[in-house]
Design a binder for this molecule. Structure first.
Ligand code: UD1
Length: 419
């Protein structure tokens, strides 16, 4: 099992180009199933989750090659419609292949994705939406067996009880080649949904309203392949900004998505960092000690503060001057990183969805274990700001979402190695 060894206490300083978005790449790779031709996806990050998506595509009969941040997917032949449990369990977003395979073939068999990382992650909204679109869904021996009795899904009016990102993506993927019009009310507005829609439009789909809470999709008989560039990863961007802030450093992020990162930037600015943006660049300079964030930080669907940035911001606030309060409203088990931060000397009290952080003057290095992707990244940040050496295990979680994190940290002058 690999580990990251970090000697903390160095001010990070430098310029880095941001990686492409994981959360865009995954549904877009699933979307390639619908095209029946060749899709070339540029700016695709090299991550274990992306390799898992490639394995699913190859299993279905598509040909997927990946090199130098470009995925080339040919979906001319699909000869399998069942995704085995082993592949489904490699990552939670495997569930978005359900809509894509249904859209292409009118049938699919999947199983429940992944285990419990952020608390229970049901897929009831995905399933009830598929049923509304004329899909017969049965659950048997852990398998979810779906088929369209008429051979094809049909359009429907779907009102989501909560703007779920994954359910919105699954509905879009199933609807773009369905018969008739689909309307999604209370759809998720995350930028990655717009990126998926941008890709599907480049393949010939007719979609409007993405980025807002009512998406309208007019089903097309056929889509075609395309060349598409994946958007930058706003959560990796938030991570590197918070990482630099907690070491008192300075960073220029290039190839960043400025307006999409705004909900995070506007909170990070309250810590006293100077942040300026121009074109697709974000510049941050941090002072000697950060200030606590006065207003409660509530995670919300986009354009609210992103739940995926909660842990990485917390790693900066544990040494800020004063008390900061988080309210986690999206997932019910998303404070698992706090034990490691406390082991490093942080003062954090968690009660249900609330975490109260009293800033301490410094952290110290410790042996800690990543518990999930963003929690693991928050431990890297904390270790970089701490005095002494930290050893982080469980880094397969981090590798799911950060492309060569140790190279990025070294570029910024951090002392980190993978052993
Ligand atoms: C996506 C992101 C993840 C991010 C999350 C919220 C990807 C690959 N992952 O996850 O990084 O943290 O959005 O921004 O894009 N829910 C239900 N029933 C459902 C579906 C969801 O109860 O059928 C609940 C979930 O348990 C959770 C909430 O809705 O509490 C939000 O989940 P959702 O927006 O679906 O997140 P994901 O798509 O899984």
């Amino acid at each position: 099992m690999q580990k990251l060894i970090i000697n903390g206490g160095k001010r990070l300083r430098g310029e880095i180009k941001l990686q492409g978005s994981k959360n865009s790449s995954l549904p877009i790779m699933a979307g390639a199933v619908l095209c029946g031709g060749e899709c070339v996806l540029n700016n695709c990050p090299e991550l274990t989750d992306i390799y898992s998506a490639s394995r699913i595509l190859n299993h279905l009969g598509c040909k997927c090659r990946f090199s130098e941040n470009t995925a080339v997917i040919n979906s001319a032949d699909i000869n399998v419609t069942e995704i085995p449990e082993k592949l489904m369990r490699e990552m939670r977003s495997s569930i978005i292949f359900m809509g894509a395979v249904l859209g292409r073939t009118g049938e699919c068999i999947v199983s429940m994705p992944g285990g419990c990382e952020l608390g229970s992650r049901p897929i009831d909204m995905h399933i009830s939406a598929m049923r509304k679109m004329g899909i017969d869904v049965k659950e048997s021996h852990g398998k979810i067996i779906c088929h369209a009795p008429s051979g094809k899904a049909h359009g429907a009016k779907i009102s989501l009880p909560f703007p779920s990102v994954g359910a919105t993506e699954n509905i879009i993927l199933c609807a773009v080649t369905a018969d008739g019009e689909t309307i999604i009310n209370n759809s998720a507005r995350e930028p990655e949904i717009s990126d998926l829609c941008g890709f599907l439009r480049a393949c010939g789909a007719e979609i409007s309203g993405d980025g807002e809470s009512r998406i309208v999709i007019k089903g097309k008989n056929k889509l075609h392949g395309c060349d598409y560039r994946i958007m930058p990863d706003r959560i990796a961007g938030a991570t590197y900004l918070a990482m630099t802030a907690c070491t008192g450093g300075e960073i220029i992020l290039t190839d960043a998505c400025v307006s999409e990162t705004e909900p995070f930037i506007s909170v990070l600015e309250q810590t006293g960092c100077t942040i300026t943006t121009y074109d697709n660049r974000i510049y941050l300079r941090s002072g000697s000690r950060l200030k606590a964030v006065r207003d409660r930080i509530r995670t919300m669907p986009h354009p609210g503060f992103p739940t995926d940035a909660q842990a990485v911001l917390m790693s900066a606030l544990v040494t800020a001057d004063g008390v900061s309060v988080f309210e986690e409203n999206i997932f019910d088990c998303r404070y698992r990183h706090t034990d490691a931060l406390v082991k490093m000397g942080a003062d954090i009290q968690v009660l249900g969805k609330i975490a109260v952080i009293k800033g301490v003057s410094r952290l110290h290095g410790a042996e800690i274990q990543a518990t999930d992707l963003r929690g693991g990244a928050s431990m890297v940040n904390a270790a970089l700001s701490a005095e002494g050496t930290s050893e982080i295990s469980g880094i397969h979680h981090i590798d799911r979402g950060y492309e060569k994190i140790e190279n990025v940290v070294r570029l910024l002058g951090g002392d980190i190695r993978r052993v």
